[in-house]
Design a protein around this ligand. Structure first.
Ligand code: ZN
Length: 205
């Protein structure tokens, strides 16, 4: 029996996520959550078995060094985004990885560039962790260095193809903390216009 835990951390309304299995757990985007993660591990006596990054921006990755040092845990991220991260330890590359199996927690890796060149979303059962690609009624910024609006458009189309009841867990608490692909297809102007290149590009920038 697995469980998803959402914890808000830091001053930028980031969410860190814990996917918890029987004896171990995986963290997505630790952000500034080192103490929270430690607390969870102590309270449950579960082992932290991996840290996954949706992308390399500091507000998602801030505590990875502390976690690598304290737990000797594997940090997974895309090669393309490693340049954003000043990691003192080795990381595991997600290049060409379609699915991870971490202590029996099976997570699909969807490449969703746009916000950053190496942004990914993680699909676990009926849940998608979207980092800064998709938020409630919004998508991530594409006016940053290395962002690409056209790639974002294609990535949003990819997310649109998931089943409507897929639960969306965004990387920040903007406009809400949880949604579904179906709700976003109805209410999110960026998803609604993703099929129309010119219209999308005119509103996303
Ligand atoms: Zn970001």
């Amino acid at each position: 029996m697995s469980e998803i835990i959402q914890i808000k951390v830091g001053k930028m309304d980031n969410f860190l996520y814990i996917i918890s299995a029987r004896a171990s757990f995986v963290v997505i985007d630790p952000s500034w959550g080192f103490e929270k993660i430690k607390e969870y591990s102590l309270k449950t006596s579960k082992k932290l078995s991996a840290v996954l990054l949706t992308h390399g921006h500091f507000d998602h990755s801030n505590d990875i060094d502390k976690l690598a040092k304290e737990y000797g845990v594997d940090i997974y991220m895309s090669n393309e985004d490693s340049e954003f991260v000043d990691l003192k330890y080795d990381f595991k590359s997600l290049s060409d990885v379609k699915e991870l199996n971490i202590d029996g927690i099976r997570i699909k890796v969807l490449s969703t560039p746009g916000h950053t060149p190496g942004s990914v979303c993680y699909l676990y059962e009926n849940n998608i962790f979207t980092g800064d690609t998709l938020f409630c009624k919004a998508c991530g910024r594409v006016d940053l260095p290395k962002s690409d609006p056209e790639e974002m458009r294609k990535s949003l189309l990819k997310l649109s193809s998931l089943s409507n009841d897929t639960v969306v867990w965004p990387g920040h608490d903007y406009n809400g903390f949880k949604t579904t692909i179906g709700e976003e297809k109805e209410n999110n102007i960026f998803l609604k216009t993703a099929s129309f290149r010119d219209e999308f590009l005119s509103i996303v920038l």
